[in-house]
Design a protein around this ligand. Structure first.
Ligand code: FPP
Ligand code: MG
Length: 321
């Protein structure tokens, strides 16, 4: 076990106890859905990041409500995302809306979103809420942009980066920046925490998008090749299309645009994307963003937590689920 997984292992009981205490108080209409998503064994990366960033910068306040609010927010986005994507599996089990229905799931997402905001508001530090609400707004904007571009085979690589920065990286950035604000570390280090979180988040989603093509569903807990079937124009696919001769490219683009790929065809194409090296190239791009995050960390004072934040970059790059 490396040091960051060891740290997480030690922190998990407190993070989970806090989350369980929060969900136990929810109305029975939404509680089962909230418990289902929060109890499904998520990686807890966002609260962990918020905790280590806060401690790396000398936080003396109780960081758990702030840190756990990031997990509540993340869970809220997943509840809504699986409905929007019509996804039936998450973290190796039935997606929440499949198990508990759309109404309870949508409302549970709304409740978790509101709860996260209230937990942070209880600190009475307005900038914490400003950063968090901006991160939420940007997350939703990224999701809107992604949905607007489903099956848009002409979508640019630049737009892809805007989407992943929005839908994923701003929540990582928010976690680190909230940690820094709670620590009261000053503007320059706050900016460094912001840059670290943002670049780590971009790297995280790049790896996620690569894994969608290469990692078997028994490992990820999600059906493989799902992005292709959902018509999501992620980097492995964008790069793969560029490798094809014009005729083959045109043919595949038409099939994607017209939603003309059954599960078997999608799997076969996903295998070709993986074999083409485009998923690996996506991981290479992630390494570039992890390097930027590591550079941002140099502005942090030396501490064991800063070293953990560096380890976190390796964890994100090497993960297989
Ligand atoms: C997962 O991406 C989805 C997100 C990271 C963001 C989802 C955001 C929303 C639904 C809008 C915001 C909602 C609230 C409640 C604030 P993915 O579908 O690529 O990944 P997956 O394969 O894990 O589903
Ligand atoms: Mg999804």
């Amino acid at each position: 076990m490396n040091s960051i997984t060891h740290y997480l292992h030690n922190e998990l009981p407190r993070i989970n106890a806090f989350l369980e205490a929060q969900t136990a108080r929810l109305d029975p209409v939404v509680r089962p859905a909230a418990e289902h998503v929060l109890g499904a064994g998520g990686k807890r990366l966002r609260p962990l990041l918020a905790l280590v960033a806060a401690r790396a910068l000398g936080c003396t306040a109780d960081p758990y409500p702030m840190a756990c609010s990031l997990e509540l927010l993340h869970s809220a986005t997943l509840l809504h995302d699986d409905i929007l994507d019509a996804a039936v599996m998450r973290r190796g089990r039935a997606a929440t809306h499949v198990e508990f229905g759309r109404t309870g799931t949508i409302l549970a997402g709304d409740v978790l979103l509101a709860l996260a905001n209230r937990l942070v508001a209880d600190y009475d530090i307005p900038r914490l809420n400003a950063v968090l609400s901006e991160a939420i707004l940007r997350t939703v904007t990224g999701e809107v942009m992604e949905i607007a571009n489903v099956r848009n085979t002409a979508m640019s690589e630049e737009r892809y980066y805007e989407i992943i920065t929005g839908k994923t990286a701003y929540l990582f950035q928010g976690a680190c920046e909230c940690g820094a604000i709670l620590a009261g570390c000053g503007a320059a280090t706050e900016r460094a925490a912001h840059d670290y979180g943002l670049n780590l988040g971009i790297a995280f989603q790049l790896v996620d998008d690569a894994l969608d093509y290469v990692s078997p569903s028994e490992i990820t807990g999600k059906p493989s090749g799902g992005d292709l079937r959902e018509g999501k124009m992620t980097l492995p696919l964008i790069l793969y299309l560029r490798t094809l001769p014009p005729d083959a490219r045109q043919k595949l683009e038409t099939r994607i645009a017209q939603d003309d790929l059954d599960a078997e065809a999608a799997r076969a194409i996903a295998d070709r994307v993986a074999a083409s090296g485009c998923a690996e190239a996506t991981r290479d791009a992630a390494r570039g963003y992890a390097t930027l995050a590591a550079q941002a960390l140099e502005a942090f004072p030396a501490s064991p937590e800063r070293d953990l934040m560096a380890d976190m970059l390796d964890l994100v790059l090497s993960r297989n689920k």
